[in-house]
Ligand binder design. Structure first.
Ligand code: CP
Length: 319
């Protein structure tokens, strides 16, 4: 079946989802990100890969980490970056998403970085650009609804590879609101493609989608069982903005049953790492003693996100 994010040569044309992306492409992005770490941490100021290109950041949903690191990454690739202020744009006057895209494409956009509350919005934009013969314009999904957050998935893989080196021996636990999590879905696809033998999902049944078992994920409703012997723990926020009705008694009850405390962390391997995509809710899914502890790699994740986003944009621009 044709993969809408690959061009006719099998190269990345858009980055819409990790699902279905071949392992060599994932590894190429991670290896390219490694080569950008010197640029992303400011040892080298800029590279000219995207000089003369215009990147439009279209964030229809709030963001701290993703929007800012895309902007830093694009600037370090020497691109011109335009951050559309959605609340002050004509979208707030009823202009349709695709009319907005037509107008920005008419301003010679080369790349759209899109976050949207509707799953599938970046796919819709990519298909539209093809229909209007704007084949040179690339779309990067920066998070769509509960569907996918591919660059978060990639920066999570970069972080795991940095600390653990080899995916083929790992047990990875994803804890919390997996039902509403685009990060969890992207992580599961990436971990599977990269050869992680055991992926565990831990949470209350109300927050675990039925599709997990088909994806080869082991389900645990008891966090104390699920964390035993794991190498990597990925904590997730309760995504109240995507919940319809009361799926949980209260945040306090949730912390009692599923919060990551130092005692629970001690059930994992002694060198286990703790990850979180952010934003973090301390005292709800994670205890501050863990979030600020020596096993947490939550802030390095953010830093690696710059190199990974440089890699994605640089590869797209080169294709
Ligand atoms: N991880 C993540 O997507 O964070 P932001 O919502 O701050 O971009």
């Amino acid at each position: 079946m044709h993969n809408p994010q690959l061009n006719k040569n099998g190269e990345l044309q858009h980055l819409l989802t990790i699902e279905g992306l071949p392992k060599p492409i994932l590894n190429h992005i991670l290896d390219t990100a490694s080569s950008f770490v010197g640029v992303s941490d400011r040892e080298v100021k800029k590279v000219p890969l995207m000089r003369g290109k215009s990147v439009f950041n279209l964030f229809f949903e709030n963001s701290t980490r993703t929007r800012t690191t895309f902007e830093i990454a694009a600037k370090r690739l020497s691109a011109d970056v335009i951050n559309l202020n959605i609340s002050a744009s004509s979208a707030s006057k009823g202009e349709s998403l695709l009319d907005t895209i037509d107008n920005l494409a008419a301003m010679q956009a080369d790349m759209f970085v899109v976050r949207h509350s509707q799953s599938g919005a970046p796919h819709l934009i990519a298909a539209h650009l093809s229909r209007i013969n704007q084949h040179h314009v690339h779309v990067v999904n920066a998070g769509d609804g509960r569907h996918a957050h591919p660059t978060q998935g990639l920066l999570d893989m970069y972080t795991i590879r940095h600390y653990k080196k080899d995916f083929s021996q790992l047990t990875v636990a994803i804890v919390g609101d997996i039902l509403h999590s685009r990060v969890a879905r992207s992580d599961i696809h990436a971990l599977t493609t990269l050869g992680v033998p055991e992926i565990r999902a831990i949470g209350p049944l109300t927050l675990l989608p039925g599709s997990l078992e088909q994806m080869g994920v082991r389900i645990f409703t008891d966090i104390n069982e699920g964390l035993k012997g794991v190498d990597v723990i990925i904590m997730l926020r309760l995504q109240n903005e995507r919940m319809n009705g009361g799926l949980l008694p209260s945040a306090q009850e949730y912390f009692k049953s599923y919060g990551l405390t130092p005692e629970r962390l001690a059930l994992a391997k002694p060198d286990a790492i703790v990850m979180h995509p952010g934003p973090m809710n301390r005292g709800v899914e994670i205890d501050s003693a863990v979030a600020d502890g020596t096993q947490a790699v939550i802030l390095p994740q953010v830093t690696f996100g710059i190199a990974v986003r440089m890699a994605v944009m640089g590869i797209l621009a080169g294709n």
